[in-house]
Design a protein around this ligand. Structure first.
Ligand SMILES: [Fe+2]
Length: 210
């Protein structure tokens, strides 16, 4: 089984150039390729049905890299997936996302201040709004690199890449706030809303089975 890189019909975004997107798609494809390659390598170790002691250092290193490559692949798919040329603005005041943000943070505006604040944190990583599938509560998290800080079982509903490669062709390193504004000018709130619904359906199933 191998993963196939997805394509995203993104161009002409506000404040995020096509040049940046094209470069970014190539980076994403690299994560897909590396994820597949790691699996191939690990399969070679497992071909004889055991992991020998002398194989352990190389085997361990490959396994340690899985979280980085997998999350690099999946988070980019979420990021590109929640952007659109015809998006932007804020979540609809009647949307499930708006209501959940208000429930979780006191107001949608406070949720946004927190999300943007996390996006401005120093370092390379991601600002991610997750939905707790068991309660529907939203929480914003900083994820370092691609794999440190994700919450197991939580569903990413809004994902913002704040590695410098996401904006360096368009803005200076110190201009990350401008990039964050550009990100919000292109958010596909319909996709966010759909992720909320899928998450809620999942939670109902989970509650019913426990
Ligand atoms: Fe990226």
């Amino acid at each position: 089984m191998t993963y196939q890189a997805k394509t995203f019909p993104l161009s002409g975004l506000q404040g995020i150039s096509d040049r940046t997107l094209e470069m970014h798609f190539k980076l994403y494809e690299g994560y897909v390729k590396e994820t597949n390659r790691l699996h191939e390598k690990l399969a070679e170790f497992l071909a004889d049905g055991k992991v020998d002691q002398e194989e352990m250092p190389a085997y361990s290193e490959l396994n340690r890299r899985l979280g980085f490559e997998y999350n690099g692949m999946v988070l980019h798919e979420h990021y590109f997936g929640n952007l659109t040329r015809s998006g932007g603005g804020d979540a609809e005041s009647r949307s499930a996302f708006h209501a959940a943000a208000a429930r979780s943070y006191g107001s949608y505006e406070t949720w946004k201040v927190d999300f943007v604040g996390i996006g401005k944190m120093r370092g390379v990583g991601w600002a991610i709004c997750f939905q707790d599938p068991t309660s529907g509560r939203l929480s914003n998290h900083w994820v370092s690199l691609h794999e440190v800080g994700n919450v197991a079982g939580f569903k990413p509903v809004l994902v913002m890449d704040v590695w410098e490669h996401a904006f360096l062709l368009d803005y200076k390193p110190a201009e990350r706030p401008k990039y964050i504004e550009a990100f919000f000018a292109n958010v596909d709130w319909q996709v966010v809303e759909e992720r909320m619904r899928v998450g809620t359906r999942g939670s109902q199933k989970r509650v019913a089975s426990t």
